[in-house]
Design a protein around this ligand. Sequence first.
Ligand code: AHR
Length: 526
Amino acid sequence: MAKLKEPSKSSVSRREFAVDVAALGLTALLPRAVVDASAATQRVIVRTDAEIGMIHPELHGQFAEHLGSCIYGGLWVNKASRIPNVDGYRQQAIAYLRELEIPVLRWPGGCFADDYHWRDGVGAASRRPKRVNIHWGGYVEDNSFGIHEFIGLCRKIGAEPYLTGNVGSGSPEEFRDWIEYCNYPSGSSLAEERATNGSPEPFRVRYWGVGNENWGCGGEMTPAEYAAFYRRFSVYARTFGGLKPFLIACGPASNDLAWTRGFMEGVSGRRLPDGFSMHYYSGGNSTATNYTPSTMEQQLASFAAMEQAIIQQRGLLDGFDSGRNVGLVIDEWGVWDRAVPAEEKQYGALWQQSTLRSALAAGMALNVFNRQADKLYMCNIAQMVNVLQSLLLTDGPEGERCIRTTTYYTYALFKPHRSRTSLRVETEDSSPLGLSASASVKGAELILSLVNPKLERDLTVECSLRRRVAKEGKAQILHDADFNACNSFDQPGRIVPRPCPVSVEGSKIRLDLPAMSVATVILQLA
Ligand code: AHR
């Protein structure tokens, strides 16, 4: 992968902003107290002269685990089901996910991965062993969804597969064989077995996780112990069929610097991983549809902390990696609200509604990822369907209805950023609940995304493009007057992106951003 640059600063201090505004000759726009965070007008400068790096499409990745009704009853319903399906996959879910063009999908866990043995999921479904899912509810896992079914899903939605290997209870041999089974074209026993099981063509899986949360459910290891496991497993994770595996090591829980330091010390002088995966959840003290202003603010403020964690982790990693070749991956992130037992009983473990608040949370995170695009390689939200901050919800494993959540629509709004160059954006208010922004450019098109997380402050955003002028622009907004509002099975289209007026006059862009809203502006540059 490309060399990584110095960490970018997400926003500037008030003093620096005043200097930048002066440099642009916009001092007439300044209010008396240079920056009044309580003012309804917020100024933003898009520095088209300050490129951060390419926004990997993988920053919009997804995660699907054998948990609750994510796989069984969510994505996979079986061919014999009365639920409309294509080859056993829920038809409506496939259609919605295809539309979003999911870049990458991580599977089979999560905690499930370190108790999963891939051989259980190949061969005739009727002969696959039945095992107990020890992490998620103790139900009997019949292994009817295995590697062939997973690859089939990826092909149907157009996503790159990403497999997490079993380090906690598995072996280097099992890991190595899985790579050969997936990637070796033909001639070896494992490649022939794959062909007999229905796929003469190799799966060509590039992304491989070396365990999951090995500091916890993946074996309760110390960083030094995990580093030793990583070294051993990675030796056997070879290139098969000309495809070099992109190895992703288990990183910290949130901003655990001791884990990162201990791991990097343990692998120093050896082959470093291609990716290093941190998990960063934004916990919440309310159930999804019952947030209060204070529990919501507490949760949304965590995205500023997440950005700080990324900056600190990348700084630490780079200290051990002079070539700056290790990409930072956020393998699991999202809002983790208090569960509602009745909903979990009806729809599956960790089933969670996605509200307007969740949409803002997604927007704030995706803005952070754009701003840190020169170090982040991949970010996978937890999880794709029916679990935690999901993109789709179904009304139970037997239910036919499948709806797009508010989080799905935030991804739709951010989709135009993929594969563009992230630009530095300067905002006036860098407090955790200040206006959140990011921008990217490719050719003559500039994309600007904004989140107003304030509960009771409508904003007029006055944006200046440094050194470029725009000819025209259009914007879309996701908004509702109620931050606990959601798309429900009865009202699936309550919160969807709607067109929003934007005024474009050369380098000055102006739009109204109501309290609690996410917007994306697409500008055509002159
Ligand atoms: O996403 C749910 C769980 O959260 C995953 O299985 C685990 O990795 C994390 O703790």
